[in-house]
Structure formats: C-alpha cells, structure tokens
Design a protein around this ligand. Structure first.
Ligand SMILES: NC(=O)C1=CN([C@@H]2O[C@H](COP(=O)(O)OP(=O)(O)OC[C@H]3O[C@@H](n4cnc5c(N)ncnc54)[C@H](OP(=O)(O)O)[C@@H]3O)[C@@H](O)[C@H]2O)C=CC1
Ligand SMILES: O=C(O)[C@@H]1CCC=N1
Length: 265
C-alpha cells in the first residue's frame, strides 16, 4: 500500500510529485495520467510507479490527489466512487470545486482536503492555501497533509469560504508576474541589454522585492518610497504607472479571475 496516489500528473501533479520525492517519499507514491506519453515522461524523469487505471490506483494508496482539470472531476469521481473508503483522504486542487460537491459525488463520510497551490511548487517555492473538511482527521493525518504541502513550498490553512479569493492572488498570479518580468525584460532590451541579462536583472529584482515584503514586514508602500529618490529616476516611472492605471489594471484583472472562479463553483 502506497501513501500517495496521484490522478493526473500534468503541470501541478508533476510539481507536487517532485516535492514528495525531495521529501524522501519516492517509494511511497503511485500515479496515473490519461496520456501514455505523459506517463512515460514522468517515469523517465522521476522513476516512480504508475498504474494504468484510476480505480486500481485508489485501491493502492491512502491520500488520493486529484490533479486533473475541473471539467474531468465528475467522470473521475464517478469512476473511483466504488473503491473509495473512509480510510482514504481525497486532496483536491481544482478551482471552484467545493468539499460538499466532492462529498455529494463520493460519500458524505469521506475526508476531503481542498487546496489551491501554484506552479512555483516545481522548485519548492509554491504557495498553497488549504482547507480541511469538517470530519475528524487524526493528528497523524493532519501532520502528514501539512508535511505534504510543505514539501513544495509554504502552506496556510484557511476557511473554505475564502478559497475562491485565493485563486487570483496566489493560484493564478504567477502568470501576471511572468508577464511583468517579460515586459521589464523587453524594456531592458530596448535600452540595449541582452535578453539573457534582462531576464536575470528583472527576475532577481522581483524575487528580492518579494523577499523584502516577507522578511522585513515593512509596508510595501514604505518600501516603494525608499526606492524613489526626490527628483530622481524611479518617481518618473511611478508617475507613469499611476497614469496608465497599473494598480487598477491588477485589481480589475484579479477581480475577473475571482468572478470566473465563483462561476466555476
Ligand atoms: N496550472 C496551475 O497553475 C494550477 C492548476 N491548478 C489546478 O490543478 C489541476 C491540474 O491542473 P494542471 O496540472 O495545470 O493541468 P494539466 O492539464 O497540466 O494536467 C492534468 C493531467 O491530468 C490528465 N488527465 C486528464 N483526465 C484524466 C483522467 N480521467 N485520469 C487521469 N488523468 C487525467 C491530463 O491528461 P491529458 O492532457 O491527456 O488530458 C493531464 O496530463 C486543475 O484542476 C487546475 O485548475 C491549481 C493551481 C495552479
Ligand atoms: O487557470 C486556472 O484555471 C488554474 C487555477 C489556478 C491556476 N491555474
């Protein structure tokens, strides 16, 4: 019997599997995927066991990680329903799919963990928000789940009703941050830097700025002010960002992301 069974080993599944392997759980993991090529690729990369059936996988692991797109949930839950028992714990990472909706399809007494991770999990720098169903989890189970999410980054436990709000701010946000890094690099190239140098300078600046927020606890506005010398270069850029709606662009984009997540529920 394995500890973890992954249904789906795409972008997120692979990233989480890497965390488990780093945590020494290589022999405690099994996975399936709809794509034979993907199964082979994961084998070559991670050398972990696979199964060719979701049902078989469920009979061979305790923590069942659903790393499939939301539109496949109904059919996969239907498929595994008859082999799921109260000894299993189902971990779901899909936006908009509620604990109650999973219970409604499986059984009311199955323990469910609903989470929203993000792709920096691939390098152990993920951010996951996690909610537990109201069932009684043993200390050991809770510790195991915390260890799982911590194996690929930072985790915060939150109330399930806030899970939709997490999607735009940490689930989806890496996409907008990459767009900003790309745009910064384009401007760097315009100013004469090589593309490679421009990505290094832009990405390390984003990383360092994020760490400043997390590690100093200083308000981001104060950190921004400390970069803006009076009559200097930075305030020129800040004035243009304000004029072109940088802040409201981010807020409005995240708001439509939030609305879409709600519609998926
Ligand atoms: N990507 C992200 O940044 C994040 C994604 N999520 C959520 O994580 C989940 C997975 O997303 P992501 O990894 O990006 O998606 P991917 O499409 O990269 O991975 C899903 C994998 O599951 C496979 N699959 C499809 N149907 C089945 C099935 N019936 N049984 C077994 N495997 C199947 C897919 O195969 P095939 O391609 O052949 O269909 C694919 O390889 C989604 O719910 C997503 O919303 C959450 C946070 C962040
Ligand atoms: O775009 C999506 O639907 C998923 C959820 C969060 C990140 N990617």
């Amino acid at each position: 019997m394995k500890k973890y069974g992954f249904i789906g080993a795409g972008n997120m599944g692979y990233a989480m599997l890497k965390g488990l392997i780093k945590d020494g759980k290589k022999d405690d993991v099994i996975f399936t995927d709809a794509s034979k090529e993907r199964i082979q690729w994961i084998h070559n990369q991670l050398e972990i066991e696979s199964s060719n059936s979701n049902k078989d996988l469920v009979t061979r692991a305790k923590y069942i990680v659903l790393a499939i797109k939301p539109q496949y949930y109904a059919s996969v839950l239907e498929e595994i329903k008859e082999v799921i028992t109260t000894n299993h714990i189902v971990i779901s990472i899909a936006p908009g799919i509620t604990i109650d909706s999973i219970k409604a399809q499986l059984s009311n007494d199955i323990k469910i963990v609903r989470a929203m991770p993000n792709t920096p999990a691939l390098i152990g720098e993920g951010m996951s928000a996690v909610s537990f169903s109201k069932d009684l989890f043993s200390e050991e189970e809770k510790e195991e789940i915390i260890r799982f999410f911590s194996s690929f980054g930072v985790m915060e436990e939150i109330e399930e009703k806030l899970m939709n709000a997490v999607v735009p701010i940490s689930g989806s946000s890496p996409a907008y941050v990459y767009m900003m890094i790309e745009a910064m690099a384009d401007a760097g190239v315009l100013a004469g830097l090589s593309r490679k140098m421009a990505y290094t300078l832009a990405a390390q600046s984003v990383l360092g700025s994020a760490k400043m927020v997390l590690e100093t606890g200083i308000h981001p506005g104060e950190l921004k002010d400390a970069v803006c010398s009076p009559g200097g270069t930075t305030i020129e850029a800040v004035a243009v960002l304000e004029k072109t709606g940088f802040r409201s662009s981010i807020i409005e984009a995240m708001n439509v992301c939030f609305e879409k997540t709600k519609r998926m529920s």
